[in-house]
Design a binder for this molecule. Structure first.
Ligand SMILES: [Zn+2]
Length: 432
């Protein structure tokens, strides 16, 4: 299903003409209204009035998360405060958070891209949507909420946490769709089982999961455990919040980027060079319709690749592959680059292994060590010790063969690893 046939199926040529018009507009606007951009563009010799093609964007400098912090709180806004109707802020792990603002039209755009996402996931006005993303400064909850209302679904603003009540709402209100993090979906599966409920018997048919990287193996676990289709959605508050891109139910492979609002580039994270379409690199977004706080060539740190082949759903927007990880999350273990999501893929592909794990990285002398604690099914854990040891050896060999890193596996009993109501924390790096 397609929400907006005018834009989502626009022929590429017409789309690119629209993008160029909007790009020129935004480049001129930020240059004229934000001293930060004027200085940066001048230093780089980038002339916003000389843009002729979309490729000319590569002449412009990148914007980084640190630029948002350096201009805290509202130094990158292009409109006066009386036009700002909403402020959100990202959780600052160190120091100040980053603040983002929206005009009324920005909130409209956000609702629109979320309406497209939810429609693409197969939801509509006959559906009941439980939003279990957190509501608050985090953009997940409100973004999904507005999109759900726009498509006419009955929206339940459950927010995160209070898991037993989540299960009750899912069942009693005949919920047909849920939005939350994939790790919370796993958590809810366990809670339902504890309550003696089989979540597969519930009317729910689809989950739209995002806000953290997850693998296709995890998708299968969630789909089987819930008896639903699991759809991946992507976004970040700096760009708009959730809804930057989302998978379609027809293909369930790659998230269609709302390219009439966001330009995407994939670059080499070290050299900054734009990579040929299809290569893995860091996603860089330029917002071409945002009013309050447009961003030019924003470095997301998220690693993915573009899929430019046509999709069977009919949308002409290019797709981005599931995010493999953030370049910030990348662990370097004895010189090997390792993403937690790679370990997850290996673990979950073995029978009896549950998708609850924790990576513990340490350094003994000058040598990095990686220990992986992972839960196994109860029957398995309380089975013979020999079988457990065999599985540990098998997983250690899998990780060595597939990822190229030496890990020590420790199988633990079910429910011994921490559960999450929002984004999962899967790494303890004791080297820091
Ligand atoms: Zn599609």
């Amino acid at each position: 299903m397609i929400w907006n046939n005018e834009f989502e199926t626009l022929p590429r040529e017409a789309l690119e003409a629209l993008q160029l018009k909007r790009l020129k507009n935004v480049l001129e606007r930020v240059y004229e209204t934000v001293p930060f951009y004027k200085k940066r563009f001048d230093e780089a010799g980038a002339d916003p009035y000389a843009v002729r093609t979309l490729d000319d964007l590569t002449n412009f400098p990148f914007t980084y998360k640190t630029d948002l912090r350096d201009n805290y709180p509202c130094g990158l806004f292009t409109v006066p405060q009386d036009q700002v109707v909403r402020l959100h802020a990202s959780s600052g792990t160190t120091g100040k958070p980053t603040v983002v603002g929206y005009t009324q039209r920005d909130v409209e755009t956000w609702s629109e891209v979320m309406a497209r996402s939810l429609t693409g996931a197969g939801l509509g006005k006959h559906d009941v949507l439980q939003v279990a993303f957190g509501y608050g400064l985090f953009t997940g909850g409100l973004g999904a909420h507005y999109g759900g209302e726009k498509i006419g679904a009955s929206v339940i603003p459950a927010s995160g946490g209070n898991s037993k009540r989540q299960i009750m709402l899912l069942k009693d209100l005949n919920v047909t769709g849920i939005c939350c993090t994939p790790s919370y979906a796993l958590n809810l599966m366990d809670i339902a089982a504890e309550l003696g409920e089989d979540i597969r018997d519930f009317p729910i048919k689809v989950g739209v999961f995002g806000a953290e990287p997850w693998t296709d193996e995890m998708r299968r676990t969630v789909e089987e455990g819930w008896g639903i289709d699991a759809i991946d959605i992507y976004g970040l508050s700096e760009i708009i919040g959730p809804g930057v891109s989302c998978e379609c139910l027809e293909a369930k492979r790659g998230m269609h980027i709302n390219e009439d609002h966001f330009l995407v580039e994939v670059i080499d994270p070290v050299t900054g060079r734009v990579l040929p379409k299809g290569e893995v690199g860091e996603l860089v977004f330029t917002t071409i319709t945002k009013e309050a706080m447009p961003l030019i060539r924003y470095r997301t740190r998220d690693l993915s690749r573009l899929i430019t082949q046509p999709c069977k759903c009919g949308r002409t927007f290019h797709r981005m592959e599931k995010v493999m990880g953030r370049s910030d999350d990348m662990l370097i273990i004895r010189g090997v680059n390792v993403f937690p999501s790679q370990i997850e893929s290996v673990l979950v592909s073995r029978k009896g292994v549950l998708p609850h794990y924790m990576l513990i990285v340490d350094r003994i002398g000058t040598l990095d060590t990686l220990e992986v604690h992972v839960e196994v099914e109860g029957d398995f854990f309380f089975d013979e010790v020999r079988k457990l040891q065999e599985l540990e050896k098998t997983l250690e060999k899998d990780i060595k063969d597939i990822i190229g890193v030496t890990a020590k596996i420790k199988l633990v009993e079910p429910k011994s690893i921490a559960r999450f109501e929002g984004k999962a924390q899967r790494v303890i790096d004791k080297r820091k």
